[in-house]
Design a protein around this ligand. Sequence first.
Ligand SMILES: NC(=O)c1ccc[n+]([C@@H]2O[C@H](COP(=O)([O-])OP(=O)(O)OC[C@H]3O[C@@H](n4cnc5c(N)ncnc54)[C@H](OP(=O)(O)O)[C@@H]3O)[C@@H](O)[C@H]2O)c1
Length: 246
Amino acid sequence: MNIFEDKVVLITGANRGIGRALVKALLNQGVRKVYATCRDLDTMSSFEDNRVTVLSLDITKDMQITTIAAIAQDTEILINNAGVINAGNILEGDLGGMDNDMSVNYFGTIKMMRAFAPILKKNNPSKIINIVSIAAYSPLPSIAGYAASKAALFSATQSVRIELAKEEVEVYAINPGAIDTDMNKDSDWDMPDPESIALKILESVGDGKFDIVPDEMGQGMYNAWREDPAKLSKIFSDLYYGENFK
Ligand SMILES: NC(=O)c1ccc[n+]([C@@H]2O[C@H](COP(=O)([O-])OP(=O)(O)OC[C@H]3O[C@@H](n4cnc5c(N)ncnc54)[C@H](OP(=O)(O)O)[C@@H]3O)[C@@H](O)[C@H]2O)c1
């Protein structure tokens, strides 16, 4: 069964990367309407589909969130995809960057869930799909603020899942490993493209899984963590100190 058919979806950060790929995948799955939002509408290329309504939204701006929630009252699926990444470790990294990671990835997403919870309750059965990260499980000193913000978001997602459990609003956490988007533009790792990940995300949500790791690298990290969190720490310690994986 295609659970996205005829649904109304709102997605943040839809102008590029995973967000843009999700819009295209959703259109191919027969959604009724997509509210494709992003900060700067000049950066949104056309999806050439009249089911797409393009809206301007910075998820750190309370007034903009209120405006969008008033417009998108028919939303049945909220996809919180917008995110930022700032480099730096805990002891010496720029605190401004860490603050930005938390403002967007954690507080911005929480504000979106708060604004849309009444709408999703009204339009139930409905869904919140949060694009978190495998960083939620991972000690990553070179992007420590990002990892902390995603760990916080993963925790918030688990909490909201329980808070909305009796309201027929399902809450999903998507925890990818490295994907080939602007976020990884300086990396030479072999990474899956956002289009294949978008398809995998929609397929996994359709299968009714609530915590989803949509790619192989992420799965490897998740399995190491499940076996023993110290095993995942060792992988990232070796990476941080430039040693080979053992
Ligand atoms: N790529 C990966 O390896 C990876 C792995 C795990 C999880 N993720 C997560 O996947 C999501 C999408 O990332 P991506 O890989 O597609 O990266 P991306 O290409 O850098 O896209 C990030 C998106 O977030 C938007 N954004 C940033 N700050 C925002 C704000 N304050 N309000 C609204 N939108 C904002 C960006 O808009 P602008 O164009 O205006 O900057 C852009 O559309 C993020 O949450 C990221 O953490 C990515």
